[in-house]
Design a protein around this ligand. Structure first.
Ligand code: DX5
Ligand code: ZN
Length: 238
């Protein structure tokens, strides 16, 4: 049975002077969940927002909140984001493995690995679940599908289709092959993040995603409800 397509709105492109109204806009437009992009200026070359914002928006909505942790030591912050009210905690595979030469040092991006330390990642995945939350692993465009055994423990995979750090970047099709490959062996949620728009979303759905994360396409739209209707109307083939 194919899963219905869901839309996750990344508040990175929301107007932070009126976050409450922006969340209401997401709800009114029919968005299925909120995506909070957390950046530490180390794992990615940008600093954004933290658990404080998750805590602030939690009472405003019943929509599930995903915390996408683009931070060096996600394990140290699982409790903080869980306690702030996140429903999904998404952690990068690149935090659990030997970084490729060329991206090991401070200031070298994007962070990429060739193989994951499954046990180290599993420890944090299990912590997320102990806190009663759903655990997603995130994979950067240049990192291969390297989840191995971990697919049995996780609830979802967030496939990056841009190098993380900024919104409004160009979609990287390298994500599509990994999604196809993953969908053959994984029944959980597969989400795509970065450069989602009218042209790229059908390709992502065809490859096997069931969650489309979007910041600029949604928040930049004149009619955000139309965007959501379009995305949710895409036909899953799986
Ligand atoms: C990138 C973030 C994305 C970003 C998407 O580092 O993880 O969630 O907000 O932005 P758009 O949809 O504009 O590519
Ligand atoms: Zn994100």
């Amino acid at each position: 049975m194919s899963k219905p397509i869901q839309v996750s709105a990344s508040i990175l492109c929301a107007d932070f002077t009126k976050l409450g109204e922006e969340i209401k806009k997401c709800e009114d437009a029919g968005v299925d969940m909120l995506h909070v992009d957390v950046m530490d200026g180390h794992f990615v070359p940008n600093i954004s927002i933290g658990a404080l914002i998750v805590e602030a928006i939690r009472p405003l909505t019943k929509l599930p909140i995903e915390s996408h942790l683009m931070i060096e030591k996600p394990g140290d912050y699982i409790d903080a984001f869980a306690d702030a009210g996140a429903d999904i905690i998404s952690i990068h595979v690149e935090c659990y493995g030997q970084r490729r030469e060329g991206c090991r040092e401070y200031g070298q991006y994007p962070k990429e690995i060739d193989a994951i330390d499954v046990e180290a990642a599993r420890k944090d995945v299990l912590r997320i679940k102990e806190k009663g939350k759903r655990a997603f692993m995130v994979i950067n465009p240049g990192t291969p599908l390297c989840l191995g055994d971990l697919v049995k423990d996780i609830d979802g995979v967030l496939m990056m289709s841009v190098n993380p750090g900024f919104s409004k970047q160009k979609f990287m099709p390298v994500a599509l092959g990994k999604i196809q490959e993953l969908r053959k062996v994984f029944d959980g949620d597969i989400s795509i993040d970065g450069g989602v728009n009218a042209e790229t979303s059908p390709q992502a759905v065809e490859a096997g995603v069931n969650i489309l994360a979007t910041a600029s396409y949604f928040f930049g739209a004149e009619d955000p409800a139309k965007v959501v209707t379009y995305l949710k109307g895409l036909q899953p083939v799986h």
